[in-house]
Design a protein around this ligand. Structure first.
Ligand code: SF4
Length: 314
């Protein structure tokens, strides 16, 4: 359903308001990704990896500096305004922050009906109630006439999901959908996404920093580091047999039951995307760095069936 080829997003660095330095923040530096219909595909990486920028490009909220993004074979950025609008009907986004993703002045009923009205989709009271109850806000009449400020964080995020589901999208881009909700209800959200994915053949692009969240519901996982995908496989390949040292470090940071959250155990910080290291971009932090890694960028290659990695160790 999604086919992204060599997508780049560079932001010019400015000295002052008007003068450019000739340097760029390389938020995405050549991302290629295919997502089949009905698949939950996660894009995992630390803050600054470029994962949210990719989500915004798939939503056509920002255009790439270079590269092509196709949805069902149609080049998203060659669409006329009218066609882009009807394409947007098929894609919805769920943001990280349930506090800011809903208009505080709109009652829940109005929040849910707004996208239906905008997209000229017919609805009645029964449909609205069904959508609200499908995300666990039951009975619907207890919620429809409340304002977001009268709901808990979890209930607000459920409302944001109901709003996204209301127009029966074919693709959901979920950008850190559970990072601001209570740990105790995270599984509920992920189960809800998975259930809808299976029932409606919904395609999901899940953007997360948390490999545990990704491994919980994904069919396929891509690991993004400093604007480039460094490893991609089905869930079992990434979780059961990670190849890239960065993926291995992300896996090590998954909390063990009873130990709470763990830091990603990699030396140093993710480098500034203005100064991407030469050769392998992970080399300053890699415990297995070799001379070659400092000079030659590894190719992204298929090492096992369906399991791709860019690392000189393979
Ligand atoms: Fe580490 Fe070298 Fe592999 Fe990069 S290419 S991840 S530096 S071993």
């Amino acid at each position: 359903m999604i086919e992204a080829s060599d997508v780049k997003k560079y932001y010019p660095v400015k000295n002052t308001l008007f003068s450019r330095t000739g340097r760029y923040v390389k938020a995405l530096d050549g991302v290629s990704l295919s997502i089949d219909k009905g698949v939950i595909h996660s894009l995992v990486g630390e803050t600054g990896s470029g994962k949210s920028t990719f989500g915004r490009i798939v939503m056509a909220l920002t255009s790439p500096t270079a590269g092509i993004v196709k949805i069902d074979g149609v080049d998203l950025f060659s669409l006329k305004k009218k066609d882009l609008k009807s394409m947007r009907k098929r894609i919805q986004i769920i943001f990280q922050d349930p506090y800011s993703s809903l208009n505080p002045k709109l009652k829940i009923r109005a929040s849910i009906t707004e996208p239906l009205k905008l997209n000229h989709i017919e609805y009645d009271e029964k449909k609205i109630a069904a959508v609200v109850e499908s995300v666990g806000l039951k009975p619907a009449e207890d919620y429809l006439d409340r304002f977001p400020g009268e709901l808990s964080g979890g209930q607000r995020q459920r409302t944001a999901i109901a709003r996204a589901f209301a127009i029966s999208p074919e693709l959901i881009v979920a950008d850190e959908p559970v990072s601001m909700v209570d740990v105790s209800i995270r599984a509920d959200f992920l189960n809800l996404l998975k259930e809808t994915n299976r029932k409606e053949n919904l395609t999901v692009l899940l953007i997360t920093h948390d490999l545990f969240v990704a491994s919980y519901i994904s069919d396929r996982i891509s690991v993004l580091y400093l604007g480039k995908i460094v490893e991609e496989s089905d869930k079992n390949g990434i979780v059961g047999h990670p190849l890239h040292p960065y993926t291995q470090a992300l896996l090590d940071s998954i909390p063990v039951l009873g130990e709470g959250e763990r830091e990603v155990n990699i030396k140093g910080e993710i480098p500034n995307p203005i100064d991407i290291p030469p050769g392998c971009r992970f080399h300053p932090r890699c415990p297995f760095v070799m001379d070659k890694c400092r000079q030659v960028e590894p190719e992204f290659r298929e090492i096992e069936t369906g399991h791709f990695v860019s690392c000189h160790l393979y």
